[in-house]
Every structure is written in C-alpha cells, then in structure tokens.
Write a protein that binds this ligand. Structure first.
Ligand code: ANZ
Ligand code: ZN
Ligand code: ZN
Length: 830
C-alpha cells in the first residue's frame, strides 16, 4: 500500500535542480520575497527546522503558481556563540565544525525538496559576507551610532563574555542559562536608542505583524512620559533629580531612594555613623545577580544614609535611603518615595516605619494612612497638596509640570527602557571589529579599502578565558595606524552574532556582490520581505535589530524601505509526545532524514502540516504518518486509474465545456465541492491554516468516492480529467513531488509550478438550493427544494400548489403561516 515515492522524489528533485526552477530573477516584475529565518550552525537539522521551511515552501510554491517572481533564499547564521559553543563541546575548531555542519545540514535540506534558491546561499562566517558586516559597522561609526563606553555590563561567567540586554532572559544567559552578573568594562555599543521613537511609532504601520510581537516590542522600547524634578541634598545643596510619571503625588513624598550603583551616591556625604552599613549594603548589592535582586520582589530592603533631601515644592525634609529596588540605569536612578500611591514605596515604608501620606482621594472614598493596606495607585482628587488641592490628578500632573518648568525646578522628560545595543564579544568565533587603536591618534576605523579584517585561522587558542582570544594573536593585533603610520593595535573583540543576522535579508538580493554589501537597485526591487517566518523568541532581539538596521540603511541611502517585512508569522515549536522541546542532547529529536527515508518526503510533509495549525505547537508522535500515506496513495492510485481508464490527456478534453454547463450535469455536486475546496485551500494557505487545507482535500476525495458511481460513463470522461487537474494543482504546494508526477503523466510538458493556480467558480461555491420542510399543524407533510434565500411568498406559492400539502389544506381555513427562512414553512389550519 505504498506508491513509489522514492523514484518519483529523486526524479523530480533532479529535474527541478537541472531546470533551475527556483532561481530567482534579477529583474522581478511582480515580486514575492518569502523569507524564513536562517539557521544557526549549532547542530543537525531537526524536525522543527523541517517544519518551518516546508511551511514557507507552501507559500513559495503557491505564489509561484500565482505568477509571482519568487525569491525564497536560505543561508547560515554561522558566526557567534551558538556555533562556537557547539564546536567547543565537541572539541573541534569552530571553523571546521561550522563548515562540516553546514555541509551536512545543506544535504538534508536539499532532500526536503524545499524550493530554496541555493544560488543565493549566504554564510555569515565567510570573508565575502563579513567584509560587509564590518563595512556596516564603519558606517555606523561614521554616523556616531557605534561608540565605545565604559559601563556596568552583563557578564556571563560560563560563556566568559559580555551580553546585550536582549540576550539576558530573566537574568539568565540566552545561550547557556547561567546567571548573568555585572562587570564594569569598556565595550562597543550601537546607538539603537537614537531610533527608539521611530521603532516605536512605525509599529503602528505593521498591520501584517502579530499583535503580541508588537506589544512585546512596545514594552521593550518602553516609552514613558514624565518629568524630572530637582530635589536637593539638605547638607550639601547637591542636586538630586528624580524621574516620575506621577508629579501629582509630590506632596506625598516621605522618603527618597537612590540605587546602590548610582554615581550620584559619591556626592552624597554619608554620615560617619552610617558609613559602614551603607558601604556593606552597596557591596552586597553589587555582588548579587539581577535574578537575586529581582526575586526579592516581596522584600524591599535598603539602608538609611543619615542624610536628608528637600522637596522643592513643599519644602519638606525627607530621609534619603539607598535601596536595591531602584534601578541605576533607568531615569535618574533616584526615586521619590510616595508610599500612599506606589505599592513598592508602600512596602518599603511599612518595613522601615516611614510615614505614609494620602494626597490623592479616589472618587467617593476617603483613604487614611492608618487603615490603608496597600497603596492607592489610581486617579482621584488631589488633597494635602497646597495650591493644587481639589484638582483631578490628571489635570494636576499638567499643572505641576507647568509650575516646575516655570520655577526652574525641573523639566518634562520622555524616557525609554530601551538601552543601546552592546555588540562587542570577548570571543574568537565572530566578525572582527574593524577598528584600530593608536596611542597617538585614538580609535580609528580600518580604511574601507583594507576590508575585510580577516579572522586569523590556524593554531589559535580559542577557548574563552574572559579576555578576547584575539588579543593573544600577535600577527593579528599588531598593525599600523592608518593616520600616523605608527605602531597600533587592532580591536581584539568580535561582533555579536545578531549583528551578522541584522542584514542577511538584504544580501540575499545580491548575494555575490564583491564591490558593495548589495546593489541598491537589486535590493530595492526585492525589498521589503513579503512574508517572514520565524520563532517568537526573537521578538525583542533580532526582530528589533533588523528593523533598526533597515532604518539606518535607509537613512544613509542604501534602501528605499524603512521597514524590513510586511508580514511576520511565528511558527509553533515541535515537541515530543511528552511536550518537551526536541533536542539531540535529550535524545528525543526526530531526524527528518529518517522520516523522509522511510516514508518519503511528501508523506512526511503532509504528516507535519496535518499535525497542527502552523502557528501552534506540534506534539510529534509520528501517528500522522499513516494517515498521510493513505491520503497520498489514494490520490496516486486514483489519478493512475483515471489517466489509464479515462484516457486523461490534456490534449483531449476541453475545459470550457465544463465551465459553461456544469449545472446541468450529474457531476454537479462534485463540481461544487471541488470549487468549494479550491476556495477553502486558497484561503487556508493565505492564513497558513495548512492542516485544515489538507483536511478539505481529503473531504473532496471522499465526496468523489461517494458520487462517482452516479456519474454516467460519458460524463466521467469529460469531468475526471478536469477534476484531477485542479486537485493536483491544489496538492502541489503541499506534496510537490507527487503533484508534479501526476501533472506530467497527464501530458503536461511544463512544470506544475509554472501552471496557474486554480480560481474558484464564484457561482458554484454557493449552495444554491435548500430543502424546505412543510409542517401542517406541527406535522411534517412535505419537502421540496427552492433556490436559497427565496422570499416567503414564493415558498408559500410552491407549497400550496403541492399535491401533498393540498391534501391537508383543502376544505380547511388557513389561520397562520410562519416561515423559518431556508428551513421550515409552518402552516396552521382549522
Ligand atoms: C513617584 C511616584 C508616585 C511614582 C506614584 C509612581 C507612582 P515608568 O512608567 O516605568 O516610566 N521610577 C523612576 N525611576 C526609577 C528607577 N530608576 N528605578 C525604579 N523605579 C523608578 O515608571 C516611572 C515610575 O517608576 C516613576 O514614577 C518612579 O516612581 C519609578 F504614586 O515616582 B514614580
Ligand atoms: Zn552563557
Ligand atoms: Zn596614529
């Protein structure tokens, strides 16, 4: 019970490759850019990858059949932590490992029959690619968007390198899940914050992006409008500014809190008797990881400095504390404590017996500090607030902001949570940072004509030790200054792998350009990406970075578009039957190679599509294989029989007959079902509901099976060729090899993917007749068919002229007629 999939699949893969079926044009007229996230070279291709790429493949092939010029490229995210960690684990050189991994994975992918244009493959670890990654770095540097700065940065003690904020997931390293600590280091940053406002505002234009991703980006960018208010340290008169979004609560301030790492603490003269406790507290806080500090969620602790601060509006003097819950890098790193109206401040005040003041009263209630069990954070009427009493809090915010600006006590301020992107890594396997350090001239870019700065190969100790492995490679480090020609040193760090992946989509449009990162003309022909498929885990990392790069390249004249992708689709993961993520180390990974070897590519594809909606997780048990095989075998057998018995030959039948008079034929209902299926499959592909698309094709086969025997022989000759042709086309994006085989058996000379995607017959898809039940005094007496949505008068006329109905109505008086449209006609007689 198997069709000869092996033969069929090998044959067509070879032919497609020879005929360059998937080669993208350099001059697309009606373009469609289909993109799947490229792969890390950290392990074998598993069924999760297989699923993502075959989902993209459905769209790609469907678009080809709709007459689009298609670009569906693939490549390898080959530099960076994932590849290097994988190599170290196996005791191999990163380059050797990476290239071997790519070779294996590419061979696997080629067997899947996915319609990638392999001529445009990119490898981010190759000099012809990273030359341009370095070039982009220099363009950012020239625009002052790449800069060096010393600051407290995230440090992974296991990976021995710094990490970007986006790579710290709930306090853990994105790669090895170690707890991330802080270190003060001088590092390279990209100034993504210069684009914060645009990255935020343009989200509104991305109607083809999932709402949850946009929300995650909005929160990550974290725009907050408030005001900076200048408090003063009582003794020294030193300015101590706070950022607040609730200036309406300023008369409720009963303490001030400053972050332990805040530089301003150095200006605060800690009273001698408090000095030791404060220093100990600060040191303890600095040693803690972010996880520890944030997991203290319940306990808000701190220490009193012995100093006081003066509230610029009330003139009141309040205690100044150091507290861990204040984040050093947000706002000014100082908080005005309002326990009455901020829950964290409330908990802090309760713990240290700091007074609580109510300055906002909710409507219809009177709060008092003695009885409050938690802070009141909502809006209300301002009280205990001097000249601002009686104002509604939202008006109060404006009035107080105005007052503060008038009296020069501070100014309105917009803050973002987004931080600049830390891109330097103290690791070997990455694109070298193309900068030179000269004692005389400072930090200078490598002249563009000297790019690429090659990553040294050979006998290099690449094991991470906490300092850049390249700093020990003399031949690499020692260089001459491009300015004074004196002795100078290269930057020893490499770039974050997410820099490499921020622009690969542009390189695909012109993958072999040796003179430029890509030609503007070619990129502008293909950009933006029409559909991008990838994992949700990149929501606030890669998916933000590539938008930033697009805007930057737009601004320096390399791209017309300001947004990289029109539509984004987040696929679901493939899990094992216990709901665990598949991975080689867990030993639960299913290899698509085995699957394809045993069942064929098309059966494997159908089983995976059918397992769940594309956006949802799949619990892979392998059960679907049998059903998928049965489905494809049925189609194959059926097509074969028809082609032989009914001499299905495209040269022998005319489609136009069928279209014009199907309504009068016995195959009418199959024809209708066929067109309903065309409509359904088309819609399902658009929304990527591939499982229901397959279900509807199965249903179509059932309908044909049930009705075939009623269709007279002569009509079968005219209808079956038509039926097979359309059905095969619908199947083509899902089971491309089998569809191509049937197509050519029918006598077609060109690939099915050059044929035109079927359009559904609008008249046929409507179920045009309905059956009306006639009830007389509540009993069913007759049924008949009428056109759908006939009006009551017409239905009544037909009913009353029906013999069976007349048998019950004659000699009687009709009292009432009630019509339930398209269903029942109730007649009451007496
Ligand atoms: C006083 C106040 C009273 C506040 C009140 C809130 C409610 P978003 O919206 O996230 O910007 N804040 C400011 N800087 C902080 C820091 N470095 N670490 C921790 N918290 C900080 O939040 C702004 C609010 O977060 C600010 O408004 C401040 O608390 C706190 F009834 O100021 B608020
Ligand atoms: Zn790590
Ligand atoms: Zn110099």
């Amino acid at each position: 019970m198997n069709y000869p999939f092996k033969e069929i699949e090998e044959k067509w893969q070879k032919k497609w490759e020879e005929s360059k079926l998937y080669k993208a044009s350099d001059d697309p007229l009606k373009k469609f850019y289909m993109l799947v996230m490229f792969a890390y070279t950290s392990g074998d291709i598993h069924i999760g990858h297989f699923r993502n790429y075959i989902i993209g493949d459905v769209i790609a092939r469907y678009k080809m059949m709709q007459g689009y010029d298609l670009l569906y490229p693939f490549g390898w995210d080959a530099f960076g932590l994932p590849a290097e960690e994988a190599a170290i684990k196996r005791g191999e050189n990163p380059e050797k490992w990476t290239l071997k991994n790519i070779e294996n994975s590419r061979a696997t992918l080629k067997k899947t029959g996915v319609s990638f244009d392999w001529d445009r493959e990119v490898l981010t670890c190759m000099p012809d690619y990273y030359k341009w990654t370095q070039w982009i770095f220099i363009q950012l540097f020239k625009k002052k968007l790449a800069y060096r700065s010393k600051s407290l940065v995230n440090w992974c003690p296991h990976c021995n390198t710094v990490l970007a904020n986006e790579q710290v997931i709930q306090g853990e390293c994105w790669r090895c899940h170690s707890e991330v600590t802080k270190k003060e280091l001088e590092q390279w940053f990209f100034k993504i914050t210069a684009y914060a406002e645009r990255l935020l505002n343009d989200l509104d234009k991305l109607s083809g992006w999932p709402e949850n991703v946009k929300i995650m980006q909005r929160n990550w960018i974290g725009k907050s409008q408030g005001v900076e208010i200048d408090f003063k340290v009582e003794k020294t008169g030193e300015k101590l500014s706070v950022f607040t979004t609730r200036p309406d609560t300023i008369y409720g301030v009963t303490f001030m809190a400053i972050a332990p790492e805040n530089e301003l603490l150095r200006n605060v003269k800690i009273e001698p008797q408090y000095k030791k406790t404060v220093d100990d507290y600060i040191n303890k806080a600095l040693q803690k990881t972010d996880i520890e500090r944030s997991s203290l969620a319940g306990e808000k602790d701190g220490v009193f400095t012995g100093q006081y601060a003066i509230n610029p509006l009330s003139g009141e003097k309040v205690q100044l504390w150091v507290a861990e819950y204040v984040v050093a890098t947000y706002g000014t790193g100082v908080v005005m404590g309002v326990p009455g109206h901020d829950q964290r401040d409330f908990e802090f005040a309760k713990k240290y017996n700091i007074p609580i003041k109510v300055v906002i009263q909710p409507e219809g209630e009177t709060l008092s500090p003695e009885t409050m069990e938690k802070a009141y954070e909502g809006p209300g009427t301002m009280v205990n607030s001097n000249i601002f009493n009686e104002l509604w809090s939202s008006d109060g915010i404006e009035k107080i902001d105005d007052y503060i600006e008038e009296k020069n006590l501070g100014k309105r301020k917009t803050n973002f949570k987004l931080r600049d992107w830390l891109i330097s890594r103290q690791r070997y396997w990455g694109a070298p940072i193309p900068m030179i350090h000269c004692k005389k001239c400072g930090v200078l870019p490598v002249p563009e004509s000297d790019l690429p700065v090659l990553l040294p190969k050979g006998d290099i100790d690449f094991i991470p030790k906490g300092r850049s492995p390249l700093s020990d490679v003399k031949e690499f480090i020692e260089t001459t200054c491009p300015e004074c020609k004196g002795k100078a040193e290269r930057d020893p760090d490499t770039m974050d792998t997410f820099v490499c992946s921020s622009w690969y989509l542009f390189r695909y449009t012109d993958a072999h350009n040796d003179n430029e990162p890509f030609s503007r003309e070619k990129a502008n022909k293909w950009m933006p990406v029409d559909k991008y498929i990838g994992g949700i885990e990149h929501a606030t990392g890669h998916l933000l970075y590539f938008r930033f790069f697009t805007k930057f390249l737009h601004d320096i004249g390399w791209l017309n578009v300001e947004e990289p992708a029109i539509e984004l689709f987040n696929h679901g993961w493939v899990l094992d039957q216990y709901g665990e993520v598949m991975s080689k180390s867990k030993g639960n990974a299913v290899s698509p190679l085995d699957l394809m070897e045993q069942n064929g590519v098309d059966v494997s594809r159908i089983a995976v599509y059918f397992a769940a909606p594309s956006g949802k997780e799949v619990l892979w048990t392998g059960e679907g294989i049998t059903g998928a095989r049965r489905f494809l075998t049925r189609i194959y057998d059926f097509a074969k029989v028809c082609i032989d018995t009914y001499e299905v030959d495209i040269n022998k039948y005319s489609k136009s007959d069928i279209l014009s008079d199907w309504n009068t034929k016995t195959y009418k209902s199959v024809y209708r079902k066929l067109h309903q299926t065309i409509k359904k499959v088309t819609g399902d592909i658009e929304s990527l509901d591939l499982n229901t698309a397959i279900a509807s094709m199965m249903e179509l086969l059932n309908t044909l099976d049930e009705q075939l025997y009623v269709i007279p022989e002569t009509e079968r000759y005219e209808f079956l060729p038509y039926f097979i042709e359309k059905t095969t086309q619908l199947l083509a994006p899902f089971a491309p090899h089998l569809a191509e085989e049937i197509w050519q058996e029918m006598g077609h000379k060109e690939s099915i993917f050059k044929s035109e995607w079927p359009e559904y017959d609008k008249k046929a898809v409507i179920e045009d007749e309905v059956t009306i039940a006639v009830q007389i005094n509540g009993k069913l007496r007759a049924t008949f068919n009428v056109p759908m949505n006939s009006d009551q008068k017409a239905v009544e006329t037909i009913a009353l002229s029906d013999m069976k109905v007349q048998a019950y109505t004659k000699d009687k008086k009709i009292v009432k007629i009630i019509y339930v449209p398209n269903k029942i006609l109730n007649i009451v007689v007496k």
